[in-house]
Design a protein around this ligand. Structure first.
Ligand code: 5GP
Length: 188
């Protein structure tokens, strides 16, 4: 999202920190079972996935050899409609050839970002590429992109917190909130 004047305010909590923590722990258990005895490069998509990823990796069992890497992407075109063309602003540090890669993303909306990213990864000839998303908005899906690990399916509403922002704000909130349009109240 671009920087700009903030005309939204926090509405209600959609997912609280307890629900999130329980689900993150379940996903980490699944990941541990799948990759036991193997190495994975957990690759977070900056910046939205950072909080989810750091909670997730701490719950993955020591029988998995976890490495961490990051990518930063920005979509071309205007920020409210995903163009599907993604520019890599920061690439991964290490080669993924012959390695297991787990892409960690905050939210799948249209699916364009993740399908583009997994295409790029696959072309680098890793051993495997899977995706892990905290939130999925199926109503908005425009392309199929397979999700191996999914936190929650949510309705088509804009949410913030737990890494997700609006104009750079609210990433630090421990819960996930719906936002609503600012009407008469003070600007937040
Ligand atoms: P996609 O390519 O799947 O349409 O776009 C995914 C990206 O859109 C996410 O990484 C996120 O940056 C942004 N996005 C989509 N829905 C939301 C939302 O409800 N809240 C926030 N904060 N970002 C969103």
């Amino acid at each position: 999202m671009g920087e700009g004047k903030c005309d939204l305010r926090l509405g209600k909590i959609l997912l609280d920190r307890g629900e999130i923590a329980r689900r993150v722990s379940e996903i980490a258990d699944e990941i541990t079972r799948t990759y036991s005895g193997q190495e994975i490069i957990v690759t977070g998509v900056l910046k939205g996935a950072v909080i989810f990823m750091t909670d997730l990796v701490r719950q993955i069992g020591s029988e998995v050899d976890v490495r961490m890497d990051f990518m930063a992407v920005s979509s071309y075109g205007n920020s409210s409609t995903s163009s599907g063309v993604v520019k890599i602003v920061k690439d991964m540090d290490a080669s993924i050839e012959g390695k297991n890669v787990l892409i960690v993303e905050d939210i799948m909306d249209t699916g364009l970002t993740l399908s583009y990213l997994s295409g790029i990864m696959t072309a680098r000839e890793p051993k495997s590429v899977r995706t892990c998303v905290l939130l999925e908005k199926p109503e908005r899906k425009r392309v199929e992109s397979k999700i191996a690990y999914r936190g929650f399916v949510i309705p088509d509403e804009f949410v913030v917190g737990y890494g997700l922002d609006y104009a750079g704000r609210w990433r630090n909130l421990p819960d996930i909130w719906r936002v609503e349009e600012e009407r008469n109240g003070p600007r937040v």
